[in-house]
Design a protein around this ligand. Structure first.
Ligand SMILES: [Zn+2]
Ligand SMILES: [Zn+2]
Length: 166
């Protein structure tokens, strides 16, 4: 599978039985299929290190970058922005539910020290940020899965939690 940001071939990494695609040889971005996302937590060996690499690597192809296409189904992904940093944090594919965590993007969020209340507000923003996706809204089960996936993703955005054990 090609990385949506830099087009390098991504490597499937097994974090304790949960498989995630990491852009090892390129930008260090991380792709999650959503059923994997909801299963992955801090107990999964090696995942914190992959996140750290993503944090510390510069964004690829940053200037004038357009929408990223989903590496699974080639649909244009929806970029969720963190409200204060004005930066893209998560690219979400509404078609297959996958999410891409871009390299370099965590810095601003981490430095802003998202509080619990801010995190919850951010999750709510993400949950409601589904333009023209009526079919998805009507699919209750899928929306519940999506909510779980977004809550997990938001935990990863609070990187202090992962990288420094805060
Ligand atoms: Zn990449
Ligand atoms: Zn997709």
């Amino acid at each position: 599978m090609k990385c949506p940001a830099c087009q390098e071939t991504m490597k499937t990494e097994d974090f304790g039985g949960v498989e995630v695609d990491v852009c090892k040889s390129g930008c260090k971005g991380i792709w999650f299929d959503w059923h994997e996302l909801t299963r992955l937590d801090e107990s999964h060996e090696g995942f914190g290190e992959a996140l750290r690499e993503a944090v510390e690597s510069p964004r690829a192809n940053d200037e004038g970058r357009g929408r990223l296409n989903c590496p699974r189904c080639a649909m244009p992904m929806h970029a969720h922005r963190y409200p204060r940093a004005q930066q893209v944090n998560v690219d979400e594919c509404y078609s297959c539910g996958g999410m891409f965590l871009d390299s370099g993007e965590f810095h601003a969020v981490r430095e802003e020290h998202m509080t619990d209340a801010e995190q919850e507000a951010y999750v709510q923003d993400l949950l409601e940020d589904v333009p023209a996706m009526h079919a998805l809204r009507e699919d209750t089960e899928r929306m519940t899965l999506r909510a779980d996936a977004l809550r997990h993703m938001t935990r990863y955005l609070r990187l202090g939690y992962w990288v420094t054990g805060e």
